[in-house]
Ligand binder design. Structure first.
Ligand code: 5GP
Length: 112
């Protein structure tokens, strides 16, 4: 059975997509920890960081950097948290590799 993120990648369920290429997709998290909270996911289903091929991981982080730079330019943000939960005990809820990009505004509290 495919993950919820594969369904998003295949446009079986809607999302607000902010970036796409052959290896990764970036879209807004349905739960906005802060405005603009974005997920960057691998197009293939890797359950966590231990399964992601090195080249794909390296590419994904280039995209994370690109989006982060774009956020600093486009929004009045003061910082960014990058978050990657691996394993249930670490708080992972969707077992399809992804990195959270969470923009931080002046003195904003996170909603998670
Ligand atoms: P994790 O807890 O695994 O690090 O993060 C999973 C994230 O996926 C959560 O922040 C959750 O809000 C997000 N998420 C779960 N289901 C959906 C969905 O259907 N659409 C979108 N856009 N985000 C989702």
């Amino acid at each position: 059975m495919s993950t919820i993120f594969t369904k998003i990648i295949n446009r079986e369920i809607p999302s607000y997509i902010v970036y796409e290429d052959d290896l990764v997709l970036a879209f807004l998290d349905i739960t906005q920890a802060s405005k603009g909270h974005t997920l960057v996911v691998t197009k293939n289903e890797y359950k966590d960081i231990t399964e992601v091929p090195e080249e794909t991981l390296s590419h994904l982080f280039k995209v994370v950097q690109k989006i982060s730079k774009g956020m600093f330019k486009a929004f009045n943000i003061k910082g960014i948290n990058l978050l990657n939960n691996n394993g249930e005990v670490a708080g992972q809820t969707v077992f399809h590799y992804h990195v959270h990009i969470i923009p931080r505004y002046e003195s904003n509290e996170l909603n998670f």
